[in-house]
Design a protein around this ligand. Structure first.
Ligand SMILES: *Cc1c(COP(=O)(O)O)cnc(C)c1O
Length: 368
């Protein structure tokens, strides 16, 4: 059996007709930037999340950068951010001229550890960026309380967390503003780069929209300097076709996660991912922690199973952050995770037989 890590073709085929209708309409409009589909997507997405405002952007990284800049993050500021994430959640802090201050992650849920946040706060700290890693809701209530107590902005990186929720409230609506990515392999994926920002703060929404559009809301109305980061109309058309299916696709991922966890539960060489109580995970990534991870990955590869590592180097240990001179000992959880996490295939169209095969290969590996 050959099992790829993702299979975009199958999802495409399952929605081909509606997708092609949306794309044809967008093509016929010749409004390739700021077209009707972009507005429709913004209103549909904010309604789905129960958020006041959505601003469509070019990608998730630009969304984070736009939020940080619009909140006034600048040189001399410090922003707390998890040590275990994709680089966007720290590189955008540096791009503002500020310093990313890494905080280790929780050993059970792999999101920023709230108990470590307060000791990292200084007079320079302006904001906390939380990442709902793999689709797991971070301890957002606790972090919100800390941010309120110290007067810090709270920014959510929801790039892996489309419809992640705590007690029914979607992530992306807890902080001052949040960033979503629609990179093709995310739970909601465009056919190229795309992203958005969500906020309940209507004044901030205006600044965000300006920043992502050269500082202008209307033509030639440049109230400030910004950048060019807008969602293409064609990408919005793809997302409009996919949005009605997101909930169902997430449910399929949940069923796959439950099947994996059940089949792997008796293997003492594996730790399966947990879902925080009272939250809804998206299982964008199903990452196990495995003894002899690299050998297991190679073994599965030889059995036709593609796996990935999210992420092989914790952020403070990357060359890019050598200048911060941080000691890996200060991030013990992240430094262990980089060596033992392994992401198994979990796209919605994956078949139960494939999961059984993957789990039996994992069992076989440890018996040898
Ligand atoms: C994908 C991702 C991003 C960046 O999104 P792009 O659209 O690729 O710029 C940011 N943060 C996390 C956690 C991601 O997984």
């Amino acid at each position: 059996m050959q099992i790829p890590f993702t299979n975009l073709q199958e999802q495409h085929d399952s929605i081909k007709v509606e997708l092609e209708n949306y794309i044809r309409e967008a093509l016929n409009s010749f409004q390739f930037c700021k077209g009707r589909e972009v507005n429709l997507f913004e209103s549909d997405f904010s309604r789905l999340l129960n958020a006041k405002k959505c601003i469509a952007t070019g990608n998730g990284t630009d969304s984070l950068f736009t939020v940080l800049k619009s909140l006034g993050i600048k040189q001399g500021d410090e922003v707390l951010t998890p040590a275990f994430s994709w680089i966007s959640s720290s590189e955008t802090i540096s791009l503002c001229g500020a310093t990313p201050v890494f905080v280790d992650v929780d050993p059970h849920y792999y999101t920023i550890d709230p108990s470590l946040i307060e000791k990292k706060i200084t007079t320079k700290t302006k904001a906390v960026v939380v990442v709902h890693l793999y689709g797991q809701a971070a301890h957002i209530g606790e972090i919100r309380n800390i941010c309120n107590a110290y007067n810090l902005f709270l920014i959510e990186d929801c790039a892996q967390a489309h419809l992640t929720a705590e007690n029914g409230k979607c992530v992306g609506t807890f902080g001052d503003a949040s960033a979503f990515s629609f990179y093709p392999t995310k739970n909601l994926g465009a056919y190229g780069d795309a992203g958005c920002i969500v906020t309940n703060n209507e004044n901030l929404a205006i600044v965000l929209r300006r920043f992502a559009n050269h500082g202008a809301l209307e033509k030639d109305d440049h109230a400030l300097e910004g950048m060019n980061s807008r969602m293409d109309t064609l990408q919005a058309a793809v997302l409009l076709a996919k949005l009605p299916h997101l909930k169902k696709w997430n449910e399929k991922r949940h069923a796959h996660a439950a099947q994996y966890t059940d089949l792997l539960k008796d293997n003492e060489n594996i730790i399966t991912p947990k879902q925080r109580p009272d939250t809804r995970h998206t299982f964008h990534i199903y990452a196990i922690r495995a003894k002899h991870r690299n050998e297991l990955k190679q073994y599965l590869y030889e059995k036709g199973i593609q796996t990935l590592i999210h992420y092989p180097t914790a952020l403070p240990n990357l060359q890019a952050y050598a200048y911060l001179n941080v000691d890996p000992q200060n991030f013990p959880v992240s430094t262990v995770l980089q060596d033992d996490v392994l992401s198994l295939p979990i796209f919605p169209e994956l078949q139960p037989e494939a999961i059984r095969y993957i789990c039996s290969c994992i069992g076989e590996f440890y018996r040898k």
